[in-house]
Design a protein around this ligand. Structure first.
Ligand SMILES: C[S@@+](CC[C@H](N)C(=O)[O-])C[C@H]1O[C@@H](n2cnc3c(N)ncnc32)[C@H](O)[C@@H]1O
Length: 206
């Protein structure tokens, strides 16, 4: 990992993921988390203010990047939740099976290299009856936007920590062994359309 990934990228991700339109999307999923919550790729902790204090018992923040964990200090300090950090990638979640009531996945499935293994791991750690809440950007429905996503993807991946612009989010979640129980889609207001088509909803292990 070079200087850019360690020191510059965490600032860029913190800013890009903290805009008001992105916040609007977070509000549509994160407040539904309950019980023991595992957040995958917690980043700089932008979801923390959206958790319902009466519903959430505790939060594990899985985040492999030290730079992102450092960047989260402000949001963690401002939160009434104590975050238990897990500093491994989601392909190897260091939790017992059946330990989480909710897995929260926001703007991270785009970046996980082995998404299939990671989703297997998320299913493993979910308790029976637990759910996956997701809000992810991915492949756009409009052909002209999709063409730009495919063109930009090789460059974007390098600049954005491995983030892929054109992942088919619902297909991945279903291929990862989940049943999608609710799904909404739409472009994020204001942002670039090539990175702004989002999918949000909830899913349960099949
Ligand atoms: C675009 S950021 C989103 C952060 C946060 N989820 C949010 O909603 O603001 C993607 C995050 O995924 C993390 N990440 C990268 N590879 C990962 C992996 N294999 N497993 C889990 N998280 C990963 C990155 O370090 C980064 O913090």
């Amino acid at each position: 990992m070079g200087f850019y990934d360690r020191h510059i990228l965490p600032h860029l991700i913190h800013i890009a993921c903290g805009t008001p339109p992105i916040k609007e999307r977070r509000r549509l999923v994160v407040p539904f988390a309950k019980g023991r919550v595992l957040e995958i790729g917690m980043g700089s902790g932008h979801n923390l203010i959206h958790y319902d204090q009466d519903q959430v018992e505790m939060i594990w923040g899985l985040e492999p990047s030290l730079g992102m964990r450092k960047k989260a200090a402000g949001n963690v300090a401002a939160s009434s939740f104590e975050v238990t950090w897990l500093d491994l990638p989601s392909e190897t979640i260091p939790l017992e099976s059946n330990s989480a009531d909710t897995v929260v996945l926001t703007f991270t499935l785009c970046t996980i290299p082995d998404w299939q293994v990671a989703l297997d791991e998320m299913r493993r750690v979910l308790k029976p009856g637990g759910q996956l809440l997701f809000c992810e950007h991915g492949v756009a429905p409009d052909e002209n936007v999709r063409r730009w996503q495919d063109r930009l993807n090789p460059f974007w991946q390098k600049m954005a920590g491995g983030c892929q612009l054109n992942r088919a989010i619902p297909t991945l979640i279903e291929a990862g062994g989940f049943r999608i129980d609710s799904l909404d889609t739409g472009y994020v207001r204001g942002g670039p359309r090539f990175a702004g088509f989002t999918y949000w909803g909830n899913a349960t292990p099949r």
